[in-house]
Design a protein around this ligand. Structure first.
Ligand SMILES: [Cu+2]
Length: 417
């Protein structure tokens, strides 16, 4: 029925077909791996996004090493921290709802640990609580976590074993899941800020994790102003700021110049009918809050914690209140006895500015940062939302060019009675 020649041609066609299908499939796989990201990537100011690879079964694979690192809080202050992949907060993990996650955690700490995926719906045995849901990851061991991401939103990962020490030294990071089907309105600039507070005895390098209430360093993404990167936005862009907190205190985060809506928590999206306008959002330990607004007014807008002590750096809380007391005679004498002694301000705290006083080694001035009009007089949990009408890129755009006549200025040079 078939000649030898026909059979040979058919075999050739069949081989060709199989080869084409294989090439097509490979192409598709390649395309999938190199596809353009189906979301606006999150920006972690002063931080980074965790790289990943794909396993053959399509799982997104992340590698985390937890261990000691040196971390710069701001220029002039480096601390001994415990970090994920050498950073605190750890690199932001970014996935899409529906992704299969395979996360390897290697422990290089001197004690056991586990990683909890905060807010994520997953099998109990993947929840990362030492002793309760898994064996502790002992020093030198590597564990594998694997779960499918069922939700979208802002979640966190952090130590769940000796939390006081491990989280107190910095083991925390964002786990952000983008919706599978894009949600309107589209976000143009998507930022993530982790809140934390620390106690570092002035003149030392290692945060004291046993401190319960009296902290002296307050940070966005483990950086204190003036070490915090600004959030740069072009006028008219829709902005989301994701704020996470696994620290000891709650922080009311306030944005100048705008009102925003809290659109989501780590529990899920908030229906539009349940959102109200705000200028400050309280983020308690164990919470995330996503805020959104359209940045339609150019300027330099402060973004900071509104607790009075939190936009401020290292201070001695035990000092006596000498506001209004002339200390000229005593402060040099005290400094002879206590090197680096910083007297509480006679006229307020502005004189503690880094311009005017040098503190102990490895200790930030209480306030720092230089604006176009002079010292900013802030520290700690403080950064700037820089909104500009024209931007070439998202690098620090420099001083805001205030339109003529829109800056408050002196009208009486000196009061006369
Ligand atoms: Cu605060």
């Amino acid at each position: 029925m078939f000649s030898k020649k026909n059979i040979f041609v058919m075999i050739l066609i069949l081989v060709g077909l199989v080869f084409s299908v294989a090439v097509y499939a490979q192409d598709k796989v390649q395309k999938k791996y190199t596809e353009k990201l189906p979301y606006t990537p999150v920006i972690t100011p002063n931080g980074s996004t965790m790289p990943w690879t794909r396993d053959k079964d399509g799982a997104k694979v992340f590698q985390i090493t937890v261990g000691a690192c040196q971390h710069e809080v701001a220029s002039g202050m480096i601390i001994n921290a415990w970090c994920y992949n050498g950073q605190t907060p750890g690199p932001t993990i970014e996935v899409v709802e529906g992704d299969l996650l395979r996360i390897y955690v290697k422990n290089e700490l001197p004690e056991g640990t586990a990683v909890h995926w905060h807010g994520v719906f997953l099998p109990s045995g993947m929840d990362g609580v030492s002793g309760l849901t898994q064996k502790s990851i002992e020093p030198g061991q590597t564990f594998k976590y694997e779960f499918r991401m069922k939700q979208h939103g802002t979640f966190m990962y952090h130590s769940h074993g000796d939390e006081m020490v491990q989280m107190g030294l910095g083991t925390m990071g964002f786990l952000i899941s983008h919706p599978k089907n894009p949600v309107d309105p589209k976000i143009d600039r998507d930022f993530a800020l982790f809140l934390n507070e620390w106690f570092v005895e002035p003149g030392t390098k290692t945060p004291n994790p046993s401190i319960m209430t009296d902290f002296n360093i307050f940070t966005f993404n483990s950086r204190a102003f003036p070490g915090t990167a600004p959030l740069v936005v072009k006028s008219g862009e829709r902005v989301r700021i994701r704020i996470g907190n696994v620290a000891q205190e709650s922080h009311p985060i306030h944005l100048h110049g705008y009102s925003f809506k809290v659109v989501a928590t780590d529990g899920g999206q908030i229906p539009a009918s349940a959102q109200w306008p705000e200028t400050t959002v309280l983020v308690a330990p164990g919470q995330t809050r996503d805020i959104e607004f359209v940045a339609d007014v150019a300027g330099d807008w402060a973004l900071h914690c509104h607790r009075r002590h939190h936009p401020m750096n290292a201070m001695g809380h035990d000092a006596a209140n000498v506001l209004g007391v002339n200390q000229d005679d005593v402060k040099d004498k005290v400094r002879d006895l206590v090197p680096g002694y910083m007297a509480m301000g006679e006229h307020g705290m502005d004189e503690m500015n880094y311009m005017k006083m040098k503190g102990p080694e490895n200790t930030l001035a209480m306030m720092g940062g230089e604006g176009q009009f002079g010292p900013v007089g802030m520290g700690g949990m403080f950064t700037v939302l820089m909104v500009r009408d024209h931007l070439k890129d998202y690098d620090q755009p420099g001083d805001y060019p205030h339109p003529k006549g829109t800056v408050a200025d002196v009208v009486v040079k000196k009061a006369t009675n």
